[in-house]
Design a binder for this molecule. Structure first.
Ligand SMILES: [Zn+2]
Length: 60
């Protein structure tokens, strides 16, 4: 499932590919491909098509 979000540093809109089968709570780090800074991605899977994604600055 693709989730639209935005980079907490540069504000660029990003698309995250979330694997809804990988667990109800997922936390991982992804580098923004615009400013190359690490973002914490927090995923909560409620159901196959109901997913919350929170993007946080990792180094603050
Ligand atoms: Zn960025």
């Amino acid at each position: 499932m693709d989730i639209e979000s935005s980079c907490p540093y540069c504000g660029e809109s990003i698309t995250l590919s979330v694997d809804v089968t990988a667990g109800r709570r997922q936390i991982y780090v992804e580098d923004c491909w615009v400013c190359c800074r690490p973002m914490d991605i927090l995923v909560t899977v409620h159901s196959r098509d109901d997913v919350d994604v929170e993007v946080r600055a990792s180094d603050e």
